[in-house]
Design a binder for this molecule. Structure first.
Ligand SMILES: NC(=O)c1ccc[n+]([C@@H]2O[C@H](COP(=O)([O-])OP(=O)(O)OC[C@H]3O[C@@H](n4cnc5c(N)ncnc54)[C@H](OP(=O)(O)O)[C@@H]3O)[C@@H](O)[C@H]2O)c1
Length: 341
């Protein structure tokens, strides 16, 4: 089958950073779906896994990246009951397994759901990783009510115009009924976050606590930080309300000064979208369930998909372009690739 993969971890300008390959089609294990991949989305995690490593590692078998896909089930494992051949599914999958830059991919059935009825494969592929991250961050980690019991409380979403932020704004607004303050640094990204449902926009190029004071909201109940954790931590500690909650998704490079949160008894929590699959947690089927909720919310027009660009086909050349765009740190919404040559 066709695939795009790598043997060496190289800067994206190197031709060999992503290669067109032919590899063997995998066989499903008992709990797996074998999916004919029709469309994929790219995420910063792809570029982080692809990026040069301190040791010049050379893989003996190709490393296949990609953790956002939509496609058609072509075979199922012996223990799979809720899916069958012909089902149209979408999923983020498992970072410890080969990714979706391949014509066929295996995914544990507990991590997948049927795509929204009203959407094609490209629109569906834009949804899983960012929706799962945003849902888990808001409702599982920050423990905000998804049924409106926290209505009227405030959330600051830092880095809100990107893939995760675009879904987080929508979920915080439509399900939790929060007052959403989003950060964006450019006219285009500011416009986008307002379109997604933010009530206020502040600029993350300035300290966000000062920006909040300037708009008359000096403290917020929740903060979801989707960008440089080290950069924003001191301002987040200032801006969080006493007993408020902060969730981050991006690795810190320096030790975090958590003691800044002690006077306020504020909570700090991580969200890592691959925790459930990587550790096969007892509740890993929650990811399939979350994607079922997302499909329903898209079908009833509570949520919109966040595709900002779609290119064809899925190839090394187009994936190198997509990675280059993601590495600018200025992507709005989601980049999708569809079809095989
Ligand atoms: N832990 C997890 O499970 C998990 C899951 C998904 C993503 N992530 C991580 O979360 C981050 C965001 O992911 P994404 O898919 O949303 O990325 P993305 O689509 O590439 O996000 C781009 C956005 O980030 C904003 N931005 C850039 N630098 C910023 C800064 N210093 N402070 C605040 N905002 C900044 C930009 O806004 P402007 O253009 O307005 O400047 C841009 O719109 C990535 O690092 C990704 O690896 C983690």
């Amino acid at each position: 089958m066709k695939a795009v993969g790598l043997f060496q971890y190289l800067p994206i300008d190197a031709e060999e950073s992503l290669l067109d390959l032919q590899i063997d089609q995998p066989e499903p294990g008992p709990r797996d779906l074998l999916v004919a991949v029709k469309a994929i989305a790219v995420n910063p995690v792809d570029t982080k896994v692809r990026a040069p490593k301190p040791d010049a590692i050379v893989e003996t078998t190709p490393k296949i990246l990609g953790w956002d896909a939509a496609g058609e089930v072509v075979a199922v494992g012996s223990a799979v009951e809720n899916f069958g051949p012909g089902d149209q599914v979408y999923y983020a999958g498992d970072i410890t397994r080969p990714g979706c830059y391949s014509e066929f991919q295996l995914v544990d059935a507990r991590l997948a759901a049927r795509i929204p009825r009203t959407q094609d494969y490209s629109a569906a592929a834009a949804l899983p990783l960012t929706s799962l991250t945003a849902w888990e961050a808001l409702f599982d980690r920050l423990e905000i009510s998804s049924t409106g019991k926290d209505a009227g409380k405030s959330i600051l979403i830092i880095g809100a115009a990107g893939g995760v932020g675009s879904m987080a704004i929508q979920l915080a607004r439509a399900l939790a009924k929060l007052n959403v303050i989003a950060t964006a640094s450019r006219t285009k990204s500011s416009f986008w976050v307002k379109q997604m449902g933010a009530s206020h926009v502040v600029n993350h190029r300035n300290p966000v606590d000062e920006e909040l004071t300037d708009i008359g909201i000096p403290e917020v109940d929740y903060i979801l930080c989707l960008a440089d954790t080290d950069q924003h931590f001191p301002a987040m500690a200032n801006a969080i309300k006493p007993q408020g909650k902060i969730c981050c998704v991006v690795d810190n490079k320096e030790p975090l000064p958590l003691n800044l949160l002690k006077p306020k008894s504020a909570t700090f929590v991580w969200e890592f979208m691959f925790t459930r699959s990587q550790f096969a947690t007892d509740d890993m089927d929650r990811q399939g369930w979350i994607l079922e909720q997302i499909a329903e919310l898209v079908d009833n027009e509570t949520l919109v998909t966040t595709v900002s660009d779609t290119v064809e086909p899925i190839s090394a050349t187009n994936l190198r372009l997509a990675h280059r765009q993601l590495e600018t740190g200025r992507t709005i919404g989601k980049l999708v690739l569809s079809g095989w040559e």
